[in-house]
Structure formats: structure tokens, C-alpha cells
Design a protein around this ligand. Structure first.
Ligand code: FES
Ligand code: FES
Length: 168
């Protein structure tokens, strides 16, 4: 549970990319500002800042949340994953990252952190999604560059790679 510290800030504890984390912050601090400005984790992108574009998506307990519109205190006790936590501890790329690179599923890259996290969330819930399910799942994140086709192909590619890895 969040505690109010002597300076009036909130003390919020959660797991961030696998590590127990406690921050002291104001009651109005949103997660994207916490990550980018207080923790110097710039991988979470902010575009609209008002829950419209999805660029700032992070995973909270495995499901996407708009970091620009989530208060830090809402993270209390939760498991949070950002793009910085996707690669392996040895620096190896996640299969979703590899698939995005293989398919060149980005141009400016502004939506890419969110797209990769959305894809990870989707494949954890639906390991073998059909095209319509992929489209529905990534539709919360607006890509202004790619026309989506390469992103859809990358998610399909990642699904195959993860399945092959599991069967290996
Ligand atoms: S920046 Fe958060 S939804 Fe657009
Ligand atoms: S690659 Fe530019 S917004 Fe998606």
C-alpha cells in the first residue's frame, strides 16, 4: 500500500522489469514522466499525452496501459514491464524484437516500444493469433509510418519463432 512520507510525497513499491522498486513521488506524477524524467528510462515514448495514440504503452501485470495516463500510485504492488526490460539479461534480443528487426517493422520508431510490448502481451495470452486478432490487439497503438502490414508480419513471425523455440 502507498504510504505518504513526511514531505507529503507518496512512497510507491512495485516490480519494474523484474526488480523490486520503490519511488517517492507526488500524487499527480504519471508513469511516463516517472520513467523518462525521474528514472532516465527514455524507451517509453510520449506523443499525444492523453490516452489516444498508444505510443507510451507499458505492461502492467502483463497487460498494456498508457503510461501517460496512469498515475504512479496505481503501480503499487504491480508488475511493470517497459521496453528496457524486454531483452535478456545477457543482452540477447527477445524473439519479438528479433522479428521486428527481421521484418523492418518500423520507420521513425516512435510507436515501436509500445508495439513490441503489445505483441508480447498478445503472444502471452494468444500464442497463435490469427490476423484479425493481431490487428485488434495492436490497434490501440497508432503507427503513422508503416501502414501496419510489416508490424502484423513481425507479430506472426514472432509467434512462429516462439512456438519453434518452445518445441526445440
Ligand atoms: S502518449 Fe500516451 S496514449 Fe499517446
Ligand atoms: S514507425 Fe513511425 S509511428 Fe510507427
Amino acid at each position: 500500500m502507498s504510504l505518504v512520507s513526511q514531505d507529503g510525497n507518496l512512497k510507491v513499491s512495485f516490480t519494474l522489469n523484474g526488480r523490486a522498486t520503490t519511488v517517492q513521488t507526488t500524487s499527480t506524477r504519471v508513469v511516463s514522466d516517472l520513467l523518462r524524467d525521474d528514472m532516465n528510462m527514455k524507451g517509453t515514448r510520449v506523443s499525444c499525452g492523453r490516452t489516444v495514440c498508444g505510443a507510451c504503452s507499458v505492461l502492467v501485470d502483463g497487460f498494456p496501459r498508457a503510461a501517460c495516463s496512469t498515475f504512479t500510485f496505481e503501480l503499487e504492488g504491480r508488475d511493470v514491464q517497459t521496453i528496457e526490460g524486454v531483452e535478456g539479461s545477457d543482452g540477447s534480443l527477445d524473439p519479438v524484437q528479433t522479428a521486428f528487426a527481421r521484418k523492418s517493422a518500423f520507420q521513425c520508431g516512435f510507436c515501436t516500444s509500445g508495439m513490441i510490448l503489445l505483441a508480447k502481451s498478445l503472444l502471452a495470452a494468444h500464442p497463435d493469433p490469427d490476423r484479425e486478432t493481431i490487428i485488434a490487439w495492436i490497434s490501440s497503438n497508432i503507427c503513422r509510418c508503416t501502414g501496419y502490414e510489416l508490424i502484423i508480419e513481425a507479430v506472426q513471425d514472432a509467434a512462429k519463432a516462439i512456438k519453434a523455440e518452445a518445441g526445440a
